[in-house]
Design a protein around this ligand. Sequence first.
Ligand code: IPD
Ligand code: CA
Ligand code: CA
Length: 307
Amino acid sequence: MIRKRERRRPHHNANGFEGATVKDQRPGGTEAFLQPQEAELARTTARLAIFEAGAFIREKFQSRGPLAVESKGTFDFVTDVDRFCEDLILKRIRKAFPDHTLMSEERPIENHSPSHVWIVDPLDGTTNFIHGFPMIAVSIALAVHGTLVMGWVLDPLRRELFEARRGYGASCNGRPLAPLRESPLEDALLATGFPFRSKHMAEPYLQAFKDIFLHVSGIRRAGSAALDLAYTAAGRFQGFWEIGLKPWDIAAGALLIREVGGTVTDFWATENYLQNGHIVAGSAPVHRFLMEKIEPLRKALQGPCGS
Ligand code: IPD
Ligand code: CA
Ligand code: CA
């Protein structure tokens, strides 16, 4: 059971996007946010960009040629492939929607109209990509007036495109994804990410991990949050949790899950996961279970060393 007592919420916005706040809170389908022609242009633009980037990534992954790898911070890398794909995607979006704001991983935000924000991860799973581990993705989402309206996650190696459109469901390669099913917890396969940038969180993370692990069938750490969420939407995983993520890791995946009837919140049961980067997702019962078990992490995040 989730304890009902009031919890102190971290008051900082860890992802620092006051200027382009993105929440997932307004009701209504895509048409409440975009004209039909605008939605169609967004869809064709995003698909073109994601397939182009995906083809480039696939070619580079398979050829195993030399890679220019730069360290952005501790345990955090970027390659020339991330940058090339980012340019390619942003160029496409800019051309179709010169007034929209572009928020993407490897560049400063391009602030234009604050009402329309594209959120782009040109290569999710860069560490996997560098090591030749085949779990990587490209993720693009569009938020309008702070609400996630459209989202795409492409697995370029398996050629799977996950698409979500607010109020219209989600699909994989054009086939609609079924609403999430409730299955017994002991059958659940979950996904998570390790707090590799915040190793001071290892203790509470492992405490929560152990408690979750003891109750479920299995847990995977595949190294691409965008794919973890897309797989949760597709029913391959029954739930996902991770701390310290960025909007581009989770925006499209969160919409995918919402569109198949799943629950997505931050660690305090609010919709501020894009702002603080701490996310819990899954079918309603799995989400409830995870919210109970992540208590050690929640406490640590509220403490003086919380990230
Ligand atoms: C990373 C992946 C990984 C998650 C990291 C992210 P990147 O994205 O999504 O699964 O654990 O926190 O930063 O840096 O490879 O785009
Ligand atoms: Ca990422
Ligand atoms: Ca990335």
